[in-house]
Design a protein around this ligand. Structure first.
Ligand SMILES: CC(C)(COP(=O)(O)OP(=O)(O)OC[C@H]1O[C@@H](n2cnc3c(N)ncnc32)[C@H](O)[C@@H]1OP(=O)(O)O)[C@@H](O)C(=O)NCCC(=O)NCCS
Length: 146
């Protein structure tokens, strides 16, 4: 079963050792944790856990500023844990968490237009493309209602 657990002193060593050889689309755990620290005013890093053990990471914008939707970024599943359904289950768990907390009614994300596995997951979780990103037209902005 996939659950989300905030990254803290108890799971930090397991999280920082998650294997990621290619930095395509998302960096390694150290990059993701650094980004979460920079955006700590509205965001939190969560370990994606399978039966309690970290298998990936995601940053949730779970305390969005006034006027902004929920969001998540930096999501990855460790190289040796991919293609087991954990990525889709993690996005479903993120949506469920947002639905329960319900600070906003929508979730907005950005994804590279050639990131096939991620696009497949997002579309099946209800995300639809709304436009190209202004900072880089290779990235799609997608939204889903909760
Ligand atoms: C995107 C990512 C999180 C998916 O995680 P995952 O646990 O491997 O995904 P799942 O096992 O849930 O697979 C979801 C779907 O993608 C497909 N898929 C996953 N990896 C794939 C690959 N390398 N090539 C082709 N299809 C792939 C699966 O077959 C599945 O399709 P299905 O619904 O038809 O069965 C993972 O590939 C990853 O960490 N990628 C690098 C970082 C990244 O791109 N993050 C997203 C940024 S927006």
């Amino acid at each position: 079963m996939i659950t989300l657990r905030e990254v803290d002193a108890a799971n930090f060593n397991e999280v920082i050792n998650l294997k990621r050889e290619s930095f395509q689309y998302v960096g390694g755990p150290e990059h993701v944790l650094a980004e979460a620290y920079i955006y700590r005013s509205d965001s939190t890093a969560y370990a994606i856990c399978s039966d309690g053990a970290p298998v990936g990471l995601v940053i949730l914008r779970d305390r969005p500023e006034e006027g902004y939707p929920y969001s998540f970024t930096g999501i990855f599943i460790a190289d040796d844990q991919q293609r087991k359904g954990f990525g889709r289950a993690a996005v479903e768990a993120v949506m469920q968490k947002f639905r329960q907390e319900r600070l906003r009614g929508e979730v907005e994300i950005q994804v590279h237009c050639q990131n096939g596995p991620a696009l497949k997951i997002y579309r099946s979780c209800g995300f639809r493309e709304i436009r190209r990103a202004q900072w880089n037209a290779d990235f799609l902005v997608m939204r889903a209602k909760l």
